[in-house]
Design a protein around this ligand. Sequence first.
Ligand SMILES: Nc1ncnc2c1ncn2[C@@H]1O[C@H](COP(=O)(O)OP(=O)(O)OP(=O)(O)O)[C@@H](O)[C@H]1O
Length: 328
Amino acid sequence: MMLLDVRNLTVKLNSPNLTINAIDKMSLSMREGSIHGLVGETGSGKSLFAKALIGTLSDKWTVQADRMFWQGEDLLKLKPQKRRQIINRDMAMIFQEPSRSLDPTATIGEQINEVIPKSEFTGGIFSRHQERLKIAKNLLIKVGIKDYQKCYESYPHELSEGLCQKVMIAMALVRSPKLLIADEPTDAMESTTKIQIMRLLQKLNTQKNMSVLLITHDLEAVINYAEEMTILYSGQSAESGPVRDLLKRPYHPYTQNLFKSIPKFNTDTRPKSRLETLPGSTPPLQHLPIGCRLGPRCPRAQKECVVTPKSIKLKGHKFSCHHPINLE
Ligand SMILES: Nc1ncnc2c1ncn2[C@@H]1O[C@H](COP(=O)(O)OP(=O)(O)OP(=O)(O)O)[C@@H](O)[C@H]1O
């Protein structure tokens, strides 16, 4: 069953002089119980997408979409209060630099206690303290923190980034969300910590059937842990589909180039030769090209590319390109 189905999402930045489509008709759909990677370079709009979905963008942004279905219900058609209720109940988000998301003046225990909803308590007011303690410790055990007592009593600065991220995940689990949005959850972490966090997310996905939207520019993590992925370039969807299929036969030149930028997946590269990258860099918001935004950097660009390409569905992929590769 489809958990999330967003079609043609446009996120506009409204300034006094002009309006910019920071996200331009992006689509993303994910199945219930899956890990879905959302990949793109810095500034491609990954975090904006997440914020548009959970409704935390400020008034200077306008969000429009043909549909934003959550378990078959269009979130954009709901009254704000109802929408918030569904999002609070079903979705949770964790961020990069977890130590910054935690309150430096309160212990981990105090912070977990604060997010436990009243509905979790079964006993009376006098047993509340003991219940809180039990729930918080269970959460810390669930995310694999062995020394949970010490962690419970610690302040964030006394913990490593990896432990802080586990605490953030524990806090996110308190409402048993159906979807966990993980925005660069392992950014700037060392590789062993990275693997621990990714394995934890994978375990929660398989054991609790919690879907994960993994937002990252770490393509290898997506290849290792996600079943499906969406590739964003400068606010436009380039290609989406099952990770294995995309790896085997990408249709979009940008997808092909992304994979070629990882030595492990570029078997054509001779030792000591340069990795293939596209010329130039991603355009800033104030200088977005018209049509396909990859156009100025794309080796296959032709005059049609000044018109935004339509999304084409083929063999389980969706891609938006006038001159795709590997079609034969
Ligand atoms: N509050 C804001 N005001 C103005 N522009 C913004 C704001 N937030 C994001 N942007 C712009 O919107 C675009 C998309 O930003 P976003 O943070 O979604 O990118 P991202 O893909 O998540 O990048 P990163 O991987 O660096 O987090 C960027 O060009 C960014 O500069």
